[in-house]
Design a protein around this ligand. Structure first.
Ligand SMILES: [Zn+2]
Length: 276
């Protein structure tokens, strides 16, 4: 493996373009962060979703407060794996396609114009009924809500409904919700489409240029987003190299034999080695 890591380092150094695909599994083990999400309300004896549910009966209130605290945390923190990725590609002409919807990637120092998140972005709100395709940044709502939580929580305990504190769509007065694909019926794609255009233009320029495709912890969910197109790009570009980093499924298809390197380790382990 160490020979292959050296080869990948060399290819990264030489590359004109680096395309990164970030899979869901990059963020699958984040449950240990719960205590940190709940830091703004820890003085009230609330340190987890479970203890929140003991104090606030309304299920919708628990879900909403939990989501907002998570969103607040994400706006101020990143993950070690994204810091490592930043160190690896910061000097390169890169583009990042991420399947995750959190804001950790956006906090690592990358240029936001070089990131597309087709599954959504928890930093944005949309109408829950998608009556309009307008999307908006939720930063000021989230900051204000978290600041007001010490007054909101006792009010909820006295019987007020969380609905009185939720943001409303200006057009239809229904509630706003996070702009994420998991709500598949109402997902408003305008949140990512401008960046998708930018991605298409960027990838068109890479044809027959030295391109490294870095696939990080991408599983088999929605393979049409990263796995298949990355293989296709490696196949049609004579100067491309596909690096498939995946602890469980690093295998490459027959067609791109010789144009790809399977790396059977986690993205975190891999990036640490590359940056050494
Ligand atoms: Zn609406």
């Amino acid at each position: 493996m160490s020979n292959q890591i050296e080869l990948i380092k060399e290819k990264l150094q030489e590359a004109d373009y680096v395309l990164v695909g970030c899979g869901f599994d990059l963020e699958k083990n984040l449950t240990n962060l719960e205590e940190q999400y709940y830091e703004p309300v820890s003085k009230m004896g609330i340190t987890s979703k479970e203890t929140l549910a003991e104090k606030v009966q309304e299920k919708e209130a628990v879900e909403w407060i939990d989501a907002i605290l998570k969103s607040w945390y994400q706006k101020n923190h990143t993950l070690p794996v994204y810091q490592q990725l930043y160190e690896t590609i910061k000097e390169k002409n890169y583009f990042i396609l991420s399947m995750n919807t959190s804001q950790y990637l956006l906090q690592a120092g990358f240029d936001e114009k070089k990131i597309v998140m087709p599954c959504g972005n928890e930093g944005l709100f949309q109408c829950s009924k998608s009556c309009t395709h307008k999307i908006e940044e939720n930063e000021s709502y989230v900051a204000d809500f978290v600041k007001r939580l010490p007054e909101i929580l006792p009010e909820l305990q006295m019987g007020r409904s969380i609905q009185e504190y939720m943001p409303l769509c200006e057009t239809c007065k229904e509630r706003l919700t996070f702009n994420v694909r998991s709500q598949v019926e109402t997902y408003v794609e305008e949140g990512y489409l401008p960046q998708w255009q930018a991605y298409m233009q960027w990838i068109a320029r890479t044809l027959n240029r030295k391109l490294v495709l870095l696939e990080l912890d991408v599983n088999f969910t929605l393979p049409s987003l990263i796995r298949w197109p990355f293989e296709k790009n490696a196949y049609i570009n004579n100067k491309a190299l596909l690096v498939r980093v995946n602890k469980t499924f690093p295998q490459l298809s027959e067609e791109i034999h010789g144009k790809g390197v399977p790396v059977p380790m986690s993205a975190e382990e891999f990036l640490e080695l590359v940056n050494k």
